[in-house]
Structures are given as C-alpha cells and as structure tokens.
Design a protein around this ligand. Structure first.
Ligand code: 5GP
Length: 179
C-alpha cells in the first residue's frame, strides 16, 4: 500500500486486532466491575479502537472523546497543550484513557497529569500499541495490545499525513522506500 511517498506492508491483521481487543476488554470488565469507569479516547487516532473496544465493554460506563489542543501561551513558555472536549463530570471518576499508540510517552504523561489535577479518583490507560521508547521510560500503561519496536505504522485509526486511518488492518512502513 502506498500513501504519498511512502510504501507500507500489512503488519497486524484485522482479525488479530479483533482478538486482542476482546482480550483487553475482558480484563477491563473484570478489573472495573462495580466501578463505572469513564473512557476518554484521544482523537483522532483512537476512534476505531475505541469503537471496537466499547462494543466489548459490558460494565456500566461512560465514554467521552477528547482532543489535545495546542495553543500559544500568553507567557514566554510558548506552546502549551491541553485536553479539550471533556465535561466537568470527571471529578471523582475512575478514568481510562484510550490511546492508539504510545511512543515516547510524553503525550500520555501530560494527559495523566492534567486529569489528576482535575480531581479524578483514578487514572489508567489502555493503548492498542506501545513502542519501545515508552517501555524504556517505564510509562505506566495498564492495558497494552501489541508491543512494537520503532516501526512507523498506519491504519486502524492511525495516519500518515492525514491518510490511512480508514484501513481495518495495521500497516508498517517499509524503511528502504523512505525518501
Ligand atoms: P508520544 O508522545 O508517546 O511520543 O507520541 C504519541 C503520538 O505520536 C501518538 O498519539 C501518535 O499520534 C503519534 N505516533 C507515534 N508513533 C506513531 C506511528 O508509528 N504511527 C502514527 N501514525 N502515529 C504515531
């Protein structure tokens, strides 16, 4: 598959993803029995994963899609990032952040600290994919689907320059074809 200047090959099939999603959901159903968690999928990348995951979640729960927005701060500190789209009801809630992929873990670290500052009861994360960088930094992701090295991947919600999100399989970039 080609997207713009890059060539990709199939890496994780839709059926493998489906199996993994069911497995992760089963763990959450057990761990969060009687806790009514609030799922916070981070747009855009996690839209497909979140939709499939939620179909397998059997416990009472809420879902609220959020986005990370960058804006220029008024001080000289420059770019700040903040979560947008969530409502006030996160106070005292058990939150499960839903991510597509964790790479360095910086994005997730920031989201977790922002959520903690809102007075949430607990904050955990689920990510379909996790790269080795986050493992090295020991970023705590309670539920991980697949561990990757440093492959650049697209599909199942993940994009390359906006394209490729609509694929039901996950593809990885073929290094030698990189321009
Ligand atoms: P982190 O802050 O953990 O380094 O970066 C996480 C974000 O980087 C993800 O939410 C995703 O948007 C992007 N990202 C990291 N690796 C990949 C990848 O292999 N493919 C795509 N499409 N996005 C990635």
């Amino acid at each position: 598959m080609k997207i713009k200047n890059l060539e990709f090959k199939k890496f994780i099939t839709a059926s493998k993803i489906e199996e993994k999603v069911a497995e992760l959901a089963a763990r959450i159903n057990l761990d969060y029995k009687n806790q009514s968690p609030v799922f916070l999928p981070i747009l855009n990348g996690s839209f497909m994963f979140a939709a499939d995951l939620m179909k397998e979640i059997k416990i009472p729960s809420k879902i609220s899609f959020v986005k990370i927005s960058s804006y220029s701060g008024t001080s000289s500190t420059g770019q700040l990032k903040t979560l947008i789209g969530h409502d006030e009801s996160l106070f005292n809630q058990n939150i499960i952040i839903v991510e597509d992929i964790v790479d360095s873990g910086l994005t997730l670290e920031n989201i977790i600290s922002e959520l903690r500052s809102l007075g949430t009861k607990s904050v955990e994360a689920i990510s379909l994919l996790r790269k080795s960088g986050a493992r090295v930094k020991n970023i705590d992701v309670k539920y991980v689907g697949f561990e990757l090295d440093s492959e650049f991947v697209v599909g199942y919600g993940l994009d390359y320059e906006g394209y490729g999100r609509n694929n039901k399989d996950i593809y990885k970039m073929i290094e030698t074809d990189r321009i």
